[in-house]
Design a protein around this ligand. Structure first.
Ligand SMILES: [Zn+2]
Length: 168
């Protein structure tokens, strides 16, 4: 029987991979150019702090309110403040680790800025541009329909976009 890899070790490996990819070396170029596939990507989880802040401004949702257990009810006005919420996404602070998770704040907390069709379009395009840069040749993106409908966003709003992106 195989034992699960400890969460903290996985996070360390992830950080080492990021550092390697970002370094100017033959290895990083090789990794960057390697054709990749992404078999399980929740598209809402790809929403960057930058796009989250831009959509919040466009939808008149600033200041945002953090639901992070690490920063409860903190008002977020600036992109810099929002970035600070994401700082510990790679730290061992998680539901699987010793404390609360910043990941779930980033995942569920960010959805409030996805309101209109163009917001979902911008989310999809941001992901596909990133995927192209990483030489991802095949991906299976999925989305969390109920997380949007329970917020009052009509199914048609995001289905129109995701059906369109499926043909890109
Ligand atoms: Zn999943």
């Amino acid at each position: 029987m195989t034992r699960p890899i400890p969460y903290t070790l996985l996070q360390t490996w992830k950080q080492e991979c990021r550092t390697l990819i970002q370094s100017p070396s033959p290895s990083s170029l090789f990794l960057h150019n390697l054709p990749k596939l992404e078999l399980h990507i929740h598209i809402e989880g790809t929403l960057s702090p930058t796009l989250r802040h831009r959509l919040a401004a466009r939808n008149h949702l600033l200041p945002l309110t953090s639901n992070s257990p690490l920063h409860p009810q903190k008002e977020i006005h600036t992109l810099l403040q929002l970035h600070s919420l994401y700082d510990n996404l790679l730290s061992p602070i998680s539901t699987k680790g010793p404390g609360p998770s910043a990941f779930f704040e980033a995942y569920y907390g960010s959805m409030e800025v996805l309101v209109h069709e163009e917001d979902f379009y911008d989310l999809a395009i941001e992901y596909f541009r990133h995927a192209a840069k990483m030489n991802i040749r095949y991906c299976e993106p999925m989305f969390d329909a109920q997380a949007h409908t329970r917020r009052g966003v009509e199914m048609e709003t995001f289905m129109k976009v995701f059906a369109r992106e499926d043909r890109c």
